[in-house]
Design a protein around this ligand. Sequence first.
Ligand SMILES: [Zn+2]
Ligand SMILES: [Zn+2]
Length: 114
Amino acid sequence: MCEPYFDGEVADVWVETVRLSRKEHNCSACGCVIGERTTYTDIRIIYDGSAWMERVCFGCSAASKAFAKEHGSQPSPSGLLVELEECARGDPRSWVKYAPMAEAMIARGGSRED
Ligand SMILES: [Zn+2]
Ligand SMILES: [Zn+2]
């Protein structure tokens, strides 16, 4: 298992709210389109004097929670793919678990570009 370089544990505030979208958004983690009237997770973070909000799709939220459960901390949505890939590279057990999640994220987003 790896050491996440940024995680929810170090954030001053980390508030997650499950919401129903009123308009289209893009997932901060995978980049996929969160369509109108779709459930997503709204995450408000305050860290080191900065406050920002990220929106993640259902799949990324699930991947993030699975990662958090094993690592004891939750990566920031925009860093989730990197964290999963880093962890997958670390050892075979992690690879079995996290490589498919990283691949699913890339497939959802349709591209690795922002
Ligand atoms: Zn790890
Ligand atoms: Zn996503």
